[in-house]
Write a protein that binds this ligand. Structure first.
Ligand SMILES: Nc1nc2c(ncn2[C@@H]2O[C@H](COP(=O)(O)OP(=O)(O)OP(=O)(O)O)[C@@H](O)[C@H]2O)c(=O)[nH]1
Ligand SMILES: [Mg+2]
Length: 260
């Protein structure tokens, strides 16, 4: 069975993890765009690998690993990282807390711009990490800081070998912002498997939220990097088992590829 067939079996549309790094380096720099849009106020080795086929990740036992202000402060670049990106205040940190069933793991806030560093959380499987990224779209900060953050985040997104998938968080009431679309284009170019969480779905009635879900799915048909669109609520914990299953399958695929 080809990798693409396997991916389809898992409900994944497309993944080619080995091509990520070279392609990412050769794509147009995200930096200039990040400088405009980013606005902040503010191991896995084959020895430690469990058998991918029998992998079960204990999301509940995630632990904070470290915060990094730049690429050189990040953990050693030899694992599998799933990064959570999205507009400031969209609910990235809350989604990580819902997935790990730990309200105190990632810091959340009503005030946009809460997450100011790149935060790493170790999952139970050695070398597998969730990464909470600062949000974009918050204006109350100096241009100098925006530029600096843009550069560090751009560095992380383009150069991080461990980066294996992106979870793009969108507030269901404001999906597909200009920057969200730009991130998706970039995921396509980098062949980085990307999952969209339409979060805060508890703020809408079920019917309208399903409508947005189908609209977003339709609008994104052309995106080769898109793995899944999931209706989600950190408050109600809906969509948690779905995203957990999708992430586990992505991790399995990455592990299998690394072992090959
Ligand atoms: N009703 C509801 N509120 C949510 C949900 N997810 C997050 N929130 C609220 O939205 C606000 C922002 O959540 P965060 O998780 O801190 O958002 P963030 O994307 O990490 O924000 P930054 O770190 O500032 O970029 C907080 O007040 C959360 O309680 C959800 O699913 N439903
Ligand atoms: Mg946050």
């Amino acid at each position: 069975m080809t990798q693409k067939d396997q991916a389809k079996n898992f409900g994944l549309l497309y993944t080619k993890p080995f091509l990520i790094k070279p392609l990412r380096q050769s794509t147009v720099l995200l930096s200039p765009l990040l400088f405009v849009y980013l606005e902040f106020d503010q191991t896995m080795t084959s020895k430690s690998n469990p058998n991918p086929d029998s992998l079960s990740i204990a999301y509940n036992s995630a632990n904070f690993s470290r915060s990094a202000s730049k690429l050189s402060n990040c953990p050693e670049d030899d694992g599998i990282e799933i990064a959570f990106a999205g507009r400031s205040n969209a609910g990235k940190s809350s989604a990580i807390n819902a997935i790990t069933n730990n309200k105190k793991l990632a810091r959340t806030s009503k005030t946009p711009g809460r997450t100011q560093l790149i935060n790493f959380f170790d999952l139970s499987t050695p070398g597998v990490r969730l990464v909470d990224l600062p949000g974009y779209g918050y204006a109350k900060v100096s241009m100098a800081l925006k530029s600096e953050w843009g550069k560090h985040l751009d560095d992380y997104l383009r150069n991080r070998e461990s980066l294996s998938a992106l979870v793009l968080i969108m507030d269901i009431r404001k999906p597909l912002t200009e920057f969200d679309n730009m991130m998706l284009d970039w995921s396509d170019q980098s062949e980085l498997p990307t999952i969209i969480l339409l979060t805060k779905s508890d703020k809408m009635k079920y019917g309208p939220s399903k409508q947005v879900y189908f609209q977003v799915k339709k609008a994104l048909e052309a995106h080769a990097s898109l793995v899944d669109v999931i209706l989600f609520s950190s408050l109600k914990k809906s969509g948690v088992s779905e995203i957990r299953n999708t992430l586990t399958e992505l991790v399995k695929q990455n592990m299998s590829n690394k072992l090959d």
